[in-house]
Design a binder for this molecule. Structure first.
Ligand code: ZN
Length: 267
């Protein structure tokens, strides 16, 4: 039963209902796909996620064309196709508009200022230490696809400027839970910042947590070398100018320079 079509369809329906119950979608927002036998099972367009029933789930080919089902495919299918093209470990994609994460992705037009540095140790093991806020690009454009591809080669869940969150997993529950964790952490971050300064995690601890994450087999795998490779500047990275990572790098360089000078003077 574990991997049967009916079981996967039941999962998609349950996750669709959850997205609505959590308040992460309005109107026809959000979409869910799962890979099955070389095709995709997908939610249809123009239906509230609260009203999805098993009979509505479409079968699409890996180009996004409908091969079976009653309704129409959704226009954001390119987001999902870009994800499956980028990494072969991805078997499910969930897209929705959770309010805290959607808001965060809008900060400064979605440049690296919106990147979210996680300070909860357990969460770093689960979803990594920095969640990117991918900058805005016209939905469905080649540039947009490249931005998604770049982000997914670094993480399993991220914010898109103007378009909520894209989350991936080995199954639809894993993709959903990653989105749930990100939204939960961003909500806590919002409250914490209203109370005072948020703590930082020592670099050494961060490194150990990321090692633990790798040892647990978590993190992006099976990145296709043929996936669309964006220009280095097209996606904010933790090392983009102005980001905390970049500032840290600059500081390190400055300290190294100063050290060299002092050592020379002592000679
Ligand atoms: Zn959307």
């Amino acid at each position: 039963m574990g991997n049967s079509r009916e079981y996967l369809i039941k999962n998609i329906v349950e996750i669709s209902h959850k997205l609505h119950a959590m308040g992460w979608v309005a109107n026809h927002d959000g979409n869910v796909t799962v890979k099955f036998e070389g095709a995709l099972l997908a939610t249809p367009t123009a239906v509230s996620k609260a009203d999805i029933v098993p009979e509505m789930i479409l079968t699409l080919d890996m180009e996004g064309k409908k091969v079976h089902g009653i309704g129409k495919s959704f226009s954001e299918i390119n987001l999902h196709l870009a994800a499956y093209k980028t990494r072969e470990d991805i078997a499910a994609v969930v897209h929705a508009h959770p309010p805290f994460a959607m808001a965060r992705g809008l900060i400064n037009g979605g440049d690296s200022c919106g990147d979210f540095e996680i300070v909860a140790p357990e969460a770093i093991v689960s979803i990594g230490d920095v969640i990117p806020a991918a900058r805005y690009a016209f939905p469905g454009s080649v540039e947009h696809e490249q931005i998604i591809s770049e982000a997914l080669s670094r993480c399993d869940v991220f914010m898109m400027a103007g378009n909520g969150v894209l989350s991936v997993g080995r199954d639809v529950n894993e993709a959903y839970l990653r989105m749930e964790l990100l939204e939960h952490l961003l909500k806590i971050d919002y409250y914490a910042k209203s109370m005072g300064q948020v703590m930082a995690i020592p670099d050494e601890d961060r490194r150990k947590l990321l090692e633990k994450r790798a040892a647990a087999g978590l993190g992006p795998k099976g990145v296709h070398s043929s996936s669309p490779s964006p220009s280095p500047s097209s996606l904010p990275s933790p090392k983009s100018p102005g980001s905390p990572g970049h500032q840290k790098e600059l500081l390190k360089e400055l300290i190294a320079e100063e050290l060299k000078k002092v050592l020379k003077e002592q000679k």
